[in-house]
Write a protein that binds this ligand. Structure first.
Ligand code: FPP
Length: 247
């Protein structure tokens, strides 16, 4: 950790203000395709490199004391890509879940999934279920893999869950809907990072990010390093979070 950042994280919680270190960070890992195209390589090599970067950043997040890291690996809209790219991504994700089981266990990282498992290839859904069960007891860093995830889809599935459990004529409340979303036990994201030069949420964590701080970086995802995450954390530490209220 750089000296400047360690000073910020040391000051976390001192003085009664909100902690300087976010509890939950979400990352929209954008720019894999362009990274590959710039090198005259197939888009698939950008995704492979992007996965390597994801592992580096998981280690950095663990080290820095972040409690939850949500990674947007495949959106409900990504099915619109070519069959070849979709198949490659599904295979890459499936292999990752098998290959890195040891990495997650050795680092006591809990892996959870947000998104609709029903729409995933059976093997990927099975591998996700396996790694979730295997790591369920770990309480260090939680890595939330958003796969076949869309914020709108999560809200619609949540409302339908609520309707199924509805007993009388009660109205839906924010609290009741929050409890019906994919991972009701996770804290809402404090900081959402998007790489690759675009400034939009693209259907990521729509409900939970109502008061998240947003950090946009021009760097393409495969080029991201731990020091880029540290820059984003410095940006976060300088925010004045009022959640619509007054200081
Ligand atoms: C967006 O870049 C990236 C994706 C749609 C895939 C992200 C997936 C990974 C990094 C691998 C899986 C990760 C885990 C942790 C299992 P893009 O292809 O839209 O890039 P472009 O905008 O340059 O075309």
């Amino acid at each position: 950790m750089t000296d400047a950042l360690s000073a910020l994280t040391r000051s976390a919680g001192q003085g009664g203000g909100p902690p300087a270190l976010p509890v939950h960070v979400g990352i929209i890992m954008d720019g894999n395709g362009r990274w590959a195209e710039l090198r005259k390589k197939p888009r698939s090599s950008g995704h492979r490199e992007g996965l390597r970067t994801a592992k580096t950043l998981v280690k950095a997040a663990l080290d820095l004391g972040i409690k939850v890291l949500s990674l947007y690996a495949f959106s409900t809209e990504n099915w619109k890509r070519t069959g070849e790219e979709v198949a490659f991504l599904m295979d890459l994700i499936g292999r990752h879940l098998k290959k890195e089981e040891k990495f997650y266990r050795e680092n006591r990282i809990r892996v959870v999934h947000s998104g609709d498992p029903a729409g995933l290839p059976e093997r990927v859904a099975g591998d996700l279920g396996d790694i979730r069960r295997l790591t369920a007891a770990y309480d260090g860093l939680t890595v939330n893999l958003a796969i076949n995830y869309g914020g709108r889809d999560e809200i619609v599935r949540g409302v339908n869950r609520w309707l199924k459990g509805r007993e009388g004529g009660e109205s839906l409340t924010e609290e009741a809907l929050s409890r019906c979303l994919d991972l009701p036990d996770l804290p809402e994201p404090d900081l959402i990072i998007r790489t690759g030069g675009e400034s939009r949420l693209s259907n990521f964590l729509l409900w939970g990010s109502a008061y998240a701080e947003l950090y946009f970086s021009d760097k393409l995802w495969p080029d991201w390093t731990r020091s880029d995450l540290e820059e984003a954390l410095k940006f976060y530490a300088a925010r004045d979070r009022k959640f619509g209220g007054l200081k």
